[in-house]
Write a protein that binds this ligand. Structure first.
Ligand SMILES: [Zn+2]
Length: 139
């Protein structure tokens, strides 16, 4: 997970009381995709003013969207909830990955092409989920 003490280091900007850990356009703190917005930890509406461990991390739009109403107030807890939500959001694509070659061969060309695109999406999601789970476990 990002270093929660980074806000004590010189050169880390403080904006709105949140230590900025990372840069927009850099990797999503959760999945590694290109980021486009901030995730506030704890979420802004929940953060007590005295909480010295507030930070914001760059997130990709997909992770940011999935985290929008997540109340969890630590990076690890948010990563775990994010993985859960992405698994649910992409459940069709993730289950398409489990189709066998024989099952694919039975499909017509158009449907098979669409299913193969879904399988590629599911494979990419599986890889993101691994990165997210590893991020939550990192010391
Ligand atoms: Zn992400």
């Amino acid at each position: 997970m990002p270093d929660q003490n980074a806000h004590n280091h010189p050169g880390v900007a403080h904006k709105g009381g949140y230590a900025k850990i990372g840069e927009l356009g850099g990797p999503c703190a959760y999945c590694g995709c290109i980021s486009g917005e901030w995730d506030y930890i704890p979420p802004r509406r929940r953060a007590p003013l005295s909480d010295a461990r507030r930070m914001k991390v760059p997130v990709c739009l997909d992770c940011g969207n999935a985290l929008q109403h997540v109340a969890a107030d630590t990076f690890d807890a948010r990563a775990i909830e994010l993985a859960h939500r992405l698994r649910h959001r992409y459940r069709s694509a993730l289950s398409a990955c489990r189709l066998s070659e024989d099952e694919l061969a039975e499909l017509g060309d158009n449907l098979r092409n669409r299913v193969q695109a879904t399988i590629e999406l599911g494979t990419a999601i599986e890889q993101r989920l691994i990165v997210i789970q590893n991020a939550a476990r990192a010391p």
